[in-house]
Design a binder for this molecule. Sequence first.
Ligand code: FE2
Length: 425
Amino acid sequence: MIDLIIRNANLPDGKSGVDIAIDKGKILEIETQIEAEAHQTLNLDHWLVSTPFVDPHFHMDSTLSAGRPRINQSGTLLEGIEIWGDLVPLLTADDIKHRARTLCHWSIAKGCLAIRCHIDVTDDSLLAVEALIELREELAPWIDLQFVAFPQNGLFRHPPAKENLLRSLDLGVDIVGGIPHFERTMADGTESVKVLCQIAADRGLLVDLHCDETDDPNSRHIETLACETQRLGMHGRVAGSHLTSMHSMDNYYVSKLLTLIKEAEITAIPNPLINITIQGRQDTYPKRRGMTRVKEMIDMGIPVALGHDCVMDPWYGLGSHDMLEVAHMAVHVGQMTGVDEINAMYAGVTTTGAEVMHLDHIGLKPGCDADLVILQARDPVEAIRLRATRLYVIRRGSVIAKSDPMQVNLMLGESDFGVDFLAIN
Ligand code: FE2
């Protein structure tokens, strides 16, 4: 008698009518018909089962603080950084944990079971680092949290940042972060990339920089990041978040740059909701979209994961931490409406996201942890189209969230019937 069997599922790769046997928190078997008895059975009638959503780029210290101490009137990155700088001294550990815990509950409810969080290490108290490390332990049974030490005000522009970043790593933060385009000069930005990569190389850590989050096509810190990754032999261990300047760069230069990124095995983490909202703010018309060149990177074989970045904070006042909204926006902003392209955006918030986050325990194969999401959709395209209801969220073989299928009852004259928005076959 095994713990759980899921029957008659559709999988993201197009397989249909599949059974999944789960025991002791692991996937035992995935086959068309499994002969087994289980304590619990979920009969799905061809609903989509997928690995859970993951969010490879988020800010948990600032989430759910929108409007404190004031609204971002210009909507720009720089005003957001200014507002956040005013809020940080007012924060308490309890407040940070309360907001972050609420966000994690939203995330789990939406089927997202792993989040990479950039934690601002500007403040010498490292209050957010300590609070979120405690919260990570509290929530570990239900969600995987990775932390990036993020010097929001610049490694050199804010002199205590380097010391604070190193102290954060000592406390248990996993990944080295940075923000080269916010340093005072291009030269300082270049130097910050070198210093941060060296710290990661010395400590055997991953790197994930906010890199070139600007409309300025001359912001080319990704080039330095690729070069340092090569020089230090850190292939596969470095991610470039945002990379929005690439949107505005010259095509010829980008053709060289993509090769450098590919050679260094750098992964890319655009944040479509935030990039479309924050970039192009100083344009009149035409107004740039600001998202990096996702289609071209995927064509080159560069792994592209998609992040949510913000929910109700100084940079973005909307959102409910739904990774299907992120994928939906990526499809639109990147004009990626082909079926393969939509599937790639679904992978960006599931399997490719897990790969970029080095989450080897996640996968739809025997031996992987039974972390799964079951959607009221037949395939990934339908999941994105409908931002489909998450019927079940499963963590290590246990159902940890459940929603009723979405259906609207119409009352039209004499008739009374339900509509569910699924495709007509
Ligand atoms: Fe960010």
